[in-house]
Design a protein around this ligand. Structure first.
Ligand code: NQM
Length: 382
């Protein structure tokens, strides 16, 4: 027997579906179910997630940046895309709602959400949709299994960072270079030197970095240059306040150099320590800060951006990454704290340093559907 809840109160009910997208999780909304005004929409999202509060005890957020995300989906413009997706990065402890960067993990949940919410109909045994991520204008094609025109979630694909296996969702990115930044290498250099004073010792510090954006603005640093290994555990790195202070100081300098202005309140650029792989099958070892806590795995577009640095001559990853085979299609295995992330990158031999396509596999599924209840003070009742 099903049970219907009734509600007659000063809480406002907003339809949504809680989705896992890759190694992230958050509520997905139809754009028509949220306020059109951006400030009002942000208030509604903050209330839905329970931010700001480190534990997000009064909302859906999971007290971590990877579970403080929301997706907003609508039909795309004919001739341009089947679906339009806006990704919103919230934070547990502050009141920012950032729709400037992309999130390739939440992106994986867009097609299942669109099918489940009736925004799009399944095509046949396999459904493919072109998705425009409005955050940066990025286009991709997403493919999932829909036997009998029903989404299938069970399957054999495993992604590190998520227990078990599920049906694969394939994402083909069409154009990722320079997402938030003006170009793939926003300073025009494959390596820049970042000069800071160590915030704890006051000692001057000069560190070589690759400032790069192939879908995600990132600062790549050789772990050895900071007397670390990039094999440390997430807990060790999160407890390493000396390292975190240096990384944040480097990030502020890098943000200005990348043309991003003052990034002190922004969730990007992400900071990534790199090292030669310890596992023979991997191409590179990574530990990513997003940007102040260490990622348990690595973001999707972060992995694409690191992979891109591996195949670009002259970056800090050159001489660190172990590449097998010789283009134009490179398979890069990016090792991270909970396993590895394989990305396929296609380069154009006629244009050295250009990536014409990137592809990867994720899994995603709806976890719960219903209505999130937010105080009417955050979005007044009609
Ligand atoms: O890089 C985390 C994640 C992400 C972003 C972050 C992402 C991406 O793992 O495309 O997916 O970098 O804050 O979801």
């Amino acid at each position: 027997m099903t049970h219907a809840f009734t509600l007659d109160s000063d809480l406002r009910a907003v339809p949504c579906m809680l989705m896992r997208g890759g190694t992230s999780r958050g509520p997905f909304f139809l754009a028509s179910d949220l306020p059109a005004d951006i400030a009002a929409r942000n208030r509604a999202l903050l209330a839905a997630m329970g931010s700001p509060d480190p534990r997000q005890i009064d909302g859906l957020g999971g007290a971590h940046p990877l579970t403080s995300k929301a997706g907003i989906v609508t039909r795309g413009k004919p001739g341009q895309a089947d679906l339009d997706f806006t990704f919103a990065q919230l934070q547990p402890a502050n009141d920012t709602v950032d729709t400037t960067p992309n999130c390739g993990n939440m992106l994986a949940a867009v097609l299942p959400f669109a099918l489940e919410s009736g925004l799009l109909a399944a095509e046949g045994d396999v459904t493919r949709a072109r998705v425009l991520t409005r955050n940066t204008g990025m286009l991709c094609d997403i493919t999932m299994q829909t036997p009998g025109r029903r989404p299938r979630y069970a399957g054999d694909a495993h992604i590190d960072g998520v227990p078990g296996t599920a049906a694969p969702i394939v994402i083909d990115f069409l154009d990722t270079a320079g997402s938030v930044c003006s170009a793939l290498l926003p300073t025009g250099n494959a390596i820049d030197t970042l000069a800071i004073r160590d915030p704890q010792t006051g000692e001057p510090l000069r560190v070589a970095a690759t400032l790069i954006d192939n879908g995600m603005p990132m600062v790549l640093l050789r772990a050895a240059d900071l007397q670390r290994t990039a094999y440390e555990s997430v807990a060790e790195l999160n407890a390493d306040s000396a390292l975190k202070a240096v990384i944040e100081a480097l990030r502020l300098v890098a943000g200005e150099r990348m043309g991003l202005g003052n990034v002190s309140a922004k969730s990007y650029p992400k900071m990534c320590l790199i090292a030669p792989p310890r596992d023979a099958a991997a191409s590179i070892a990574t530990r990513c800060f997003i940007p102040r806590v260490c990622h348990e795995a690595i973001g999707v577009l972060a992995a694409i951006t690191v992979g891109t640095a591996c195949v670009l001559p002259g970056t800090v990853a050159a001489g660190v990454a172990v590449l097998r085979g010789a283009g134009p299609v490179h398979t890069i295995s990016v090792a991270h704290p909970t396993g590895e992330f394989t990305v396929e990158l296609e380069t154009d031999p006629a244009r050295p340093g250009s990536i014409v396509r990137s592809a990867l596999v994720r899994t995603a599924r709806p976890i719960m559907r219903g209505e999130v209840l937010i105080p009417a003070s955050a979005w007044p009742l009609p």
